[in-house]
Design a protein around this ligand. Structure first.
Ligand code: PMV
Length: 357
């Protein structure tokens, strides 16, 4: 049974109109969600840093229902593939948010990062849209949500659009999925993780763009391939073990153990792709070159500089603010030449979504 109940509908929606806007960030998983159960529930618990600079701003204007239900534009143009996804998503929400069918929507969205930067935007875009929808619901139905329940519902709704989007609703560090090592872990929505050392709030994420080409296999297809992956059972055990080691390391401020788990997670994710049937590889030669350089830098300096990967070739380089200067020198001398067009997107752990007034 779902934990989220639909609200009571109004007698009429004829006078209802307005507009809301939210800015919501992307996130980078430290323990990866890879493989799912119906409906959009994670096969294992995951945890991520909420980012800041890489974000989506979405505005939703609503008015009484007209013949056109949803009009969607991305950065000023009508992107049909995005629009189709949004319409499917809103249709899928009709049981939880039945009022959606009674209004018409003009949705405008834009990203802070370049469109073709190879950075996945589903987490930021789906979380921004979910926050708008929950906000509209709350305003027009006068729902007495406290902030906690508002965020929980937004995370639940975001999850249905893109699993990892559930985590973007929360600041700093968020987990999604039940785990015996997490006090409040839930499969239906994410929660904020507290009790880690302050150093993790200072973490940077410099994204080395190795390729901005569209991925050959989408994340949805990748999740589905886990159903028949011969290693899936051991992967879920590994993720669980990693969660316990990572949380302990973060509570104690043990950066080297933290980094080892994060890197093992990234490589396991890509190993699972290679061992899927059919097999596929999303890393590029430049991905390995960046990883080799990060490992060499760590060996030479003993500084806590680590890498992680999303479902793509670009390398997320994560490190505490205290070593920013050394990492900058290293990046300029060894990584800029590997990055595609020298592109590196600089991000850091952030404070979560904000409503734009
Ligand atoms: O939320 P999705 O369906 O795009 O899947 C995200 C999968 C990873 O980014 C690889 C891992 C994660 O937990 O974010």
């Amino acid at each position: 049974m779902s934990l989220i109940h639909p609200i009571n509908l109004l007698d009429s929606y004829d006078q209802i109109e307005g507009k809301v806007s939210w800015q919501s960030p992307s996130n980078i998983a430290l323990i990866k969600y890879w493989g799912k159960r119906p409906v959009q529930l994670p096969a294992n618990a995951s945890i991520s840093f909420t980012l800041s600079e890489a974000h989506t701003i979405t505005s939703v204007a609503y008015q009484p229902r007209k013949s056109e239900w949803v009009h969607f534009s991305f950065e000023g143009s009508t992107e049909e593939s995005f629009a189709d996804r949004i319409v499917k998503y809103l249709t899928s929400l009709s049981e939880i948010m039945p009022w959606l069918q009674l209004l018409s929507f003009k949705i405008e969205s834009s990203n802070s990062f370049p469109h073709s930067s190879g950075i996945a935007s589903s987490a930021s875009s789906m979380s921004a849209l979910s926050l708008c929808l929950c906000d509209i619901e709350k305003m027009i139905h006068k729902v007495p949500h406290d902030n906690e329940n508002f965020l929980k519902k937004a995370s639940y709704i975001a999850r249905l659009g893109s699993g990892s989007a559930a985590r973007s609703i929360y600041p700093r560090l968020a987990s999604w999925g039940v785990s015996s090592f997490l006090t409040n872990g839930a499969d239906e929505f994410a929660t904020e993780v507290k009790g880690v050392k302050d150093v993790f709030d200072t973490f940077h994420d410099d994204i080395i763009i190795v390729s901005d080409a569209k991925k050959s296999v989408s994340s949805s297809a990748g999740h589905a391939l886990m159903d028949n992956n011969i290693f899936s059972k051991s992967r879920y055990q590994q993720a669980n073990l990693h969660m316990s080691i990572l949380l302990k390391a973060m509570a104690e401020g043990d950066l080297m153990t933290f980094g080892k788990v994060v890197e093992d997670e990234a490589l396991s994710l890509h190993a699972l792709m290679m061992c899927s049937d059919p097999s596929y590889i999303l890393m590029k030669p430049g991905t390995l070159e960046v990883i080799e350089n990060i490992r060499a830098f760590r060996k030479e300096t003993n500084l806590p500089l680590f890498f992680t990967l999303d479902a793509g070739p670009n390398v997320h380089m994560i490190y505490p603010d205290s070593i920013k200067r050394q990492v900058n020198d290293f990046t300029n001398s060894r990584l800029v030449s590997i990055a595609h067009d020298g592109r590196i997107i600089k991000d850091h752990v952030g404070l979560g979504p904000v409503k734009i007034l």
